[in-house]
Design a protein around this ligand. Sequence first.
Ligand code: PMP
Length: 292
Amino acid sequence: MEPKVYIDGKLYPKSEARISVFDHGLLYGDGVFEGIRVYSGRIFRFTEHIDRLYDSAAGINLDLPISREELEQAVIDTVKANGLKDSYIRLVVTRGAGDLGLDPRKCSKGTVVVIVDKIQLYDERLYQEGIPIITASTRRIAPDMLSQKVKSLNYLNSILAKMEANLAGVSEALMLDANGYVAECSADNVFIVKKGVLLTPAPHFPILPGITRQTVMELAAEDGIEVAEVTMTLQDVYTAHECFLTGTGAELIPVIKVDGRTIGAGKPGPVTGRLLELFRKLRTTAGREAIG
Ligand code: PMP
């Protein structure tokens, strides 16, 4: 069956799903998005993702053309129409079609798109063995230029870092802020474990407030693991006992090498293993039911 894509109130077969070439989402990256997972027919952390979409939209003064209820229903309906119990949802809201100028006032109404597809970023083997990453020379955009709290359609900063990862033959790149402190990866948040304490860059660094990051911090705290949001340097990462990344796509993926330095024992450590186990337990039971 051809996948079905929601655009502004209607479902279209994938081959017929189109938006205007005058859409400012295309012309200027003027819009926001979310990546959301469905596990066993349940939409994981649905409220949190919709909340973040609204925060992103508020950050760029983008009015959604439909109500929150309608938006949530559109996502649920699209998940149902595609019938995939384990899938990835891409929810996109653009400024809509305007003219060729930048002026957002020329865009009369935002465009809402919901795509549902299958996803598997990493082989199961890599969750057991861990992955190597590098540090990109591309720095995260500073918060006084464009807030990284806004999950906007302008992802070139991350794409440039991802190209550096590709060149190095690894799948993710760590990114530093303008002052050289560790921020996050191109599409994932970063954690290290030092002497049993779970550490991650604090929210005032240019990071996306990751929903998997928040989930993992909560799981750790409930399990009696000490968690702290900190200022993190590359030296902290190189000398960590464990390291892992979190993201909706990647879930929780262990890191065993950073810039050629072996992390800990060169294999996923006990805290990482425990959190991966807890995350996997949670993902199928938490979430809003979309397909019964
Ligand atoms: N940082 C960036 C830059 C991202 O694009 C993402 C989303 N893939 C994340 C972190 C992780 O956020 P989440 O756990 O909400 O997917």
